[in-house]
Design a protein around this ligand. Structure first.
Ligand SMILES: CC(C)(COP(=O)(O)OP(=O)(O)OC[C@H]1O[C@@H](n2cnc3c(N)ncnc32)[C@H](O)[C@@H]1OP(=O)(O)O)[C@@H](O)C(=O)NCCC(=O)NCCS
Length: 329
């Protein structure tokens, strides 16, 4: 493969809703408390949208910032990939609404569904399309309004999730920079551990189904936790092997921000130092497909990352799905 054409990140952006939901707020909604949430998940606050907010508006805000950072116009983009499981509506694809909102008149647009792994799935797709030469500038967005499918009476899940969007603009690489490797995988035998049963073809949204809350998410937290640590550890090692790099070469690892204990257990398995580990789950909770691009943008803008740094991205989500990537910024 011609490495001179590998994709590189040209710009990043994020959109975070203003409204903050604290653990103290949740104490008034369900039988929980700040100490339990912090101890078991590390989450202190999460940002949430006003009910009825369109995901496309968050995604477009993140996209505009990424385009500005990349010094490109929206009309320079020839493809928009949006990773989400909480799009504006069932169809058309939310990426099409984003196209209109930002004025990316020359772009094709579609959504992908791989839950919390959606951004890395999209990254591999974008890298392959840029390497093949069919596309030059791709806007990849991970965005979720997970609070639209949270059961606010279920303490097992409602304390964990938040809303947001992160975006990257990708283009052909210069010199040694760019995506050195990507790896994605799935194991559908565990689909019953984390899912949203309602609103699909099996259970269309009837009054009865909604009354039974089939439109909200369900999770076997403890099992998901166990698989997340093992799968992300394997996935990170796979991406490192594909790139010819070692753990010690990485300046920063951004793993999916679902739970501080998962991030710490992964760090232990991979023997990561604190300096190599990025954490913002305490402020945002789990934002699913948005979690990695939000963290990436935050790390760049706060000076934790700069040009030439080597980063590892790794994620895990419903399906199960997982993915990893090694990138020279
Ligand atoms: C959900 C999670 C935080 C729960 O932590 P845990 O240590 O596994 O806790 P358990 O599920 O064993 O629950 C322990 C107890 O706390 C209770 N509990 C659950 N949520 C609670 C809450 N918000 N407040 C207080 N108690 C709670 C449970 O009911 C259980 O009580 P019981 O022992 O009387 O039945 C953790 O399993 C997790 O983060 N899992 C992965 C979630 C995830 O990342 N999902 C997305 C992946 S992409």
């Amino acid at each position: 493969m011609d490495n001179s054409k590998r994709a590189m990140i040209l710009g990043t952006g994020r959109a975070i809703p203003e409204k903050i939901l604290t653990n103290a707020d949740l104490e008034k909604m369900v039988d929980t408390n700040d100490a339990w949430i912090v101890e078991r998940s590390g989450i202190r606050t999460r940002h949430i949208v006003e009910p009825g907010t369109a995901l496309s508006s968050l995604a477009a805000e993140a996209a505009k910032k990424a385009l500005e950072d990349a010094n490109l116009a929206a009309t320079d983009i020839d493809l928009i990939i949006l990773a989400t499981v909480t799009g504006d509506m069932k169809f058309p694809a939310t990426a099409c609404f984003v196209q209109t909102l930002i004025g990316a008149d020359n772009a094709a647009a579609f959504d992908i569904s791989a839950a919390c792994s959606g951004f890395i799935y999209g990254l591999q797709m974008a890298d392959s399309l840029i390497r093949s030469g069919t596309h030059r500038h791709i806007l990849l967005i991970g965005g979720e309004i997970l609070t639209s499918m949270v059961d606010w009476e279920d303490r097992n899940t409602c304390v964990l999730f938040g809303d947001g969007a992160g975006a990257v603009v990708l283009g052909p690489s210069q010199q040694e920079r760019g995506i050195l490797s990507t790896h994605i995988g799935a194991d559908g035998t565990h689909s019953g551990l984390l899912y949203n049963l309602g609103c699909g073809s099996i259970n269309p949204p009837t009054v009865e189904n909604v009354r039974e809350k089939l439109h909200t998410m369900r999770m076997e937290g403890r099992e998901v936790f166990r698989h997340a640590v093992v799968c992300m550890s394997k996935a990170m090692k796979k991406a490192l092997k594909l790139s010819g790099m070692a753990i010690e070469d990485l300046d920063l690892v951004i793993s999916h921000q679902a739970n501080l204990r998962i991030i710490e257990a992964l760090g232990k398995r991979l023997k990561l130092t604190d300096e190599q580990t990025y954490v913002n789950v305490d402020r945002y909770g789990n934002t699913s497909a948005a979690s990695i691009p939000i963290a990436l943008d935050e790390a760049r803008r706060e000076g934790r990352l700069s040009e030439g740094n080597l980063i590892g991205l790794v994620t895990f989500g419903a399906g199960f799905t997982w993915g990893s990537s090694i990138i020279r910024l």
